[in-house]
Design a protein around this ligand. Structure first.
Ligand code: G3H
Ligand code: 13P
Ligand code: ZN
Length: 349
């Protein structure tokens, strides 16, 4: 099956009332792990690459690896997504390469660190939407700023500094026409999100619910949504790692989000932990080993296990065969003739 539009994938998720995990990749083994999990659970998938990933792997490798996945697993709908695009040019280059979806993260300036003004965010995001929709490509925007820094990207801080304002979310969705809207509700990228199990004082599910009430048909996106499970932390530390105690986003909070309009859930850190733990274990227990396959195979298997579990928990499991993918050219026609709406439904306060 050819790569599909993320918009179609999220529209179907909304119909079915489930969420779809968006998993970050940097190499072949991570793509293989996601595809094996998708096959095992019959799930549609979003595979995403950050700017750092595109640089690390040389993005043509990533593109062709994902194309290989679409050939090897023809029954699985795959959307290929640019994570945290920092400029119009980054999104344009992803589209030219063959990504079927881009995130224009206009919440930060092109440096990926400094928060923008609302007007700057609207302007750059709308520019990407106009360019992308003409080509049938999905756009995710972000309003509000996440905490933490990953690979040089991020405003830093705790995640509570720039929580999304529901009125701004409504205006942003109306003025940009984005297909999916990432919001900031107190989460951060990376392993260190919360110093104890998060309650409503640090994880603002009430803000998410308020935004969903005002924008009932808008696909919401939760970034920084790794759960950072203790068992994964423990494996890393048991075999020589030095992770400090930390808490992520509990799966039940994500499930509450899914009941309130969340359709895309970004997960990277949990997979990083699973891979690192598995590699550490092999090298710790068998220091004589030096064939990369001896540790990459268990690493891939560990990531597959996490991804399959999330696919079941988010509800996407069992939905890979629900619909016939529409071609990207037909998606472009849909944006043009208005059958694919870009005007959000707005409910009064
Ligand atoms: O945005 C955060 C993702 O975990 C990607 O991280 O920029 O280090 O590849 P990265
Ligand atoms: P985590 O660091 O919580 O996995 O978040 C990943 C993410 O939001 C990628 O955009
Ligand atoms: Zn993110």
């Amino acid at each position: 099956m050819p790569l599909v539009s993320m918009r179609q994938l999220l529209d179907e998720a909304a119909k079915g009332g489930y969420g779809v995990g968006a998993f970050n990749v940097n190499d072949m083994e991570q793509i293989q792990a996601i595809m094996e999990a998708a096959k095992e659970t019959s799930s549609p998938v979003i595979i995403q690459a950050s700017r750092g990933a595109r640089q690390f792997a040389q993005d043509r490798y990533l593109y062709h690896l994902i194309l290989a996945a679409s050939e090897l697993y023809p029954e699985i709908p795959i959307a290929m997504h640019q994570d945290h695009g920092n400029s119009f040019e980054t999104c344009k280059s992803a589209i030219e390469l063959g990504f079927t979806s881009v995130m224009m993260d206009g919440s930060l300036k092109e440096d990926g660190k400094t928060p923008t003004t609302f007007e700057e965010n609207v302007e750059v995001t709308k520019r990407v939407v106009d360019y992308a929709h003409e080509r049938g490509i999905t756009v995710e925007g972000e309003i509000g700023v996440l905490g933490g820094v990953e690979d040089g990207h991020g405003a830093g801080g705790s995640g509570l500094e720039h929580i999304t304002d529901p009125d701004q979310a409504v205006e942003f969705a109306e003025r940009t026409g984005v297909d999916a809207l990432a919001i900031a509700i107190g989460t951060s990228h990376g392993a260190y999100k919360f110093t104890k199990k998060p309650d409503g004082s640090v994880l603002k599910m009430d803000v998410l619910i308020a935004i969903h009430k005002r924008l009932p048909n808008t696909h919401l996106v939760m970034h920084g949504s790794s759960s950072v499970p203790k068992d994964l932390q423990d494996v890393v530390n048991q075999y020589g790692g030095k992770l400090k105690e930390t808490w992520g986003v509990p799966v039940e909070e994500i499930q509450l989000g899914i009941r309130n309009g969340v359709r895309k859930i970004n997960v990277d850190t949990d997979n990083r932990l699973a891979i690192t733990g598995a590699i550490r274990k092999v090298l710790w227990e068998s220091p004589e080993k030096f064939d990369p396959r001896d540790y990459m195979k268990p690493a891939r298997e560990a990531m597959k296990k996490v991804v399959a579990q999330r696919m079941r928990e988010f509800g996407q499991a069992g939905h890979s065969g629900d619909y016939k993918p529409v071609s990207i050219a037909d998606i472009a026609k849909g944006y043009k003739d208005g059958s694919l709406s870009t005007r959000p439904l707005v409910a009064s306060k």
